[in-house]
Design a protein around this ligand. Structure first.
Ligand SMILES: Cc1cc2nc3c(=O)[nH]c(=O)nc-3n(C[C@H](O)[C@H](O)[C@H](O)COP(=O)(O)OP(=O)(O)OC[C@H]3O[C@@H](n4cnc5c(N)ncnc54)[C@H](O)[C@@H]3O)c2cc1C
Length: 461
């Protein structure tokens, strides 16, 4: 704790509605931790904000004491960018209010909410905001990077439903950004991450979904990977926007729905969600379920809420996580060969890949309408080298790197929310030159001293 001591923290605490924690305080250990257990950092001060006034006070405190500032919502940054050593952690998690106006189909969410909390409230009305596929992820970080998930091909990215966002800027001011208000900032917040301020509140448009959807996954032995991947490629060509698929490779997990004899065997799965009529979805899914000899078929009508949590057990808090990601345009036979070959090399019960299908409504928004880049990509890979503890983690990281490198001839870009700390050239690559330059100009206008730099950083112009 070089630059700030307990008396300074006590001064912040005096006017703070939420909690201010220093290492000696009870609760510090719990609240310094992030989702990725391989990240182990010790902020000097944790400001657990309960209000916009708290966020403003915390930003000013960080600036006055020249502290590195980390901002945390759901804490799911893969590289652990939402914590720091020796600086200030602005923890938004206590700000977790969700308000739904079902008649207007509008959602107001504070920045600390998790996806599950949003889904639970919106699904009471058969509504949803397009978001991610693991329900303990934070809405804020996911939204600020773009937001991909089960209903994006029907309703677009998370940012495509964003109506406004309210950041606290580096000066401690509160600004509203929307289509008609600070429009350039609104453009940048939709994909540019936490570079422009600490967003305290989001407003979204909601869409009708479920509450029952036809969804789940069919599994085959990894020996059948080529056949399954080719069939999947053909099946999704020109498919309806209601259909969204993710191909998964992993060792079959030890879950109650998985027969004991299958657990630990290498499998390839096609997971999907049909965001429309259940019977129609059943018909559309059938041809894929009929391919070859599945070893397990979990497709069924089920609550959208349950489907949104299907992957939760595979990404428990506190394990060691590493990801490499890339977009590819087409699943050529060459890509399929790489996928089949490297999928067969999985050895950790927690390592996996997700091959996301893009397109549909995502691709119908103009590239320069938001700061998200990659709308015309065909597919996104995230290759997860994970282990329950630090044991064997380096081997899994190497497996993920090797898989990613083998795909290098086919890379077209990368989703910024799936980057590790990979350096400024990768951040630039994820935005492309034109968007990156525009983001730099915006950064210069809102944060010229780069106060908010613990993120996929855009340096001021
Ligand atoms: C298990 C898992 C599943 C995932 N699934 C998906 C998915 O389905 N779809 C998808 O699109 N992405 C997914 N992601 C990626 C995810 O979108 C990013 O990791 C995202 O940053 C997480 O948001 P968070 O609020 O939980 O993270 P945090 O770690 O809290 O924050 C991530 C980054 O955003 C910044 N930030 C957070 N809140 C604010 C705020 N209010 N104002 C300004 N800056 C802020 C932080 O400073 C940090 O740089 C997943 C990640 C994980 C770990």
């Amino acid at each position: 704790m070089a630059a700030v001591g307990d008396p300074a923290a006590a001064a912040l605490r005096a006017t703070f509605e939420g909690e201010v924690l220093v290492p000696a305080d009870g609760g510090y250990e719990e609240h310094r931790r992030v989702w990725n257990g391989s990240i182990d950092r010790h902020p000097a001060v944790i400001a657990r904000c309960a209000s916009v006034a708290d966020v403003r006070a915390a930003v000013r405190f960080g600036r006055d004491h020249r502290l590195t500032i980390a901002v945390r919502a759901g804490g799911h940054s893969f590289p652990g960018l939402s914590t720091c050593d020796g600086g200030l952690l602005i923890d938004l998690r206590p700000m977790n209010e969700v308000r739904v106006d079902p008649a207007a189909r509008v959602l107001d969410a504070q920045a600390g909410v998790l996806l599950r909390e949003v889904d639970e409230r919106t699904q009471e009305h058969g509504l949803a905001v397009p978001a991610g596929i693991v329900s303990h992820t934070g809405l804020a970080g996911l939204t600020l990077g773009g937001g991909i998930g089960w209903i994006m091909r029907k309703y677009g990215l998370t940012i495509d439903s964003l109506l406004s966002a309210d950041p606290v800027t580096a000066d401690g001011d509160v600004v509203r950004a929307g289509e008609d208000e600070n429009a350039e900032l609104f453009w940048g917040l939709r994909g540019g991450g936490g570079n422009f301020g600490v967003v305290t509140d989001f407003r979204f448009r909601l869409h009708p979904v479920g509450p029952q959807v036809m969804a789940g996954a069919t599994f085959w032995s990894m020996d059948d990977a080529e056949e399954v991947l080719r069939a999947h490629r053909d099946w999704i060509t020109d498919c309806a926007d209601e259909l969204m698929t993710i191909v998964v490779q992993r060792l079959a997990p030890a879950l109650p729905v998985v027969p004991a004899e299958l657990v630990g065997r290498p499998v390839i799965a096609v997971a999907a969600c049909w965001a429309g009529d259940v019977d129609e979805g059943r018909e559309v899914l059938q041809p894929m379920r009929d391919v070859g000899s599945p070893v397990l078929d979990l497709f069924a009508p089920k609550p959208f809420l349950a489907h949104q949590q299907m992957f939760d057990p595979s990404f428990r808090h506190g394990c060691s996580y590493y990801v490499r990601s890339c977009d590819v345009d087409v699943l050529t036979d060459e890509v399929i060969d790489v996928v089949a070959e490297h999928g067969r090399m999985i050895t950790s019960p927690m390592s996996s890949i997700a091959l996301w299908q893009l397109g549909g409504a995502v691709a119908r928004v103009a590239d320069d309408a938001t700061a998200f880049t990659g709308r015309s990509s065909g597919f996104t890979f995230d290759i997860n080298g994970n282990t329950p503890t630090a044991d064997g983690f380096e081997d899994q990281r190497q497996w993920a790197r090797d898989y990613w490198t083998a795909l290098a001839p086919f890379h077209t870009g990368v989703y910024v929310n799936f980057l590790m700390e990979e350096g400024s050239s990768r951040v630039r690559q994820s935005y492309g030159d034109a968007t990156y330059q525009r983001l730099r100009a915006l950064k210069q206008a809102y944060d010229p001293s780069n106060v908010f730099r613990l993120n996929q950083n855009i340096p001021p112009d």
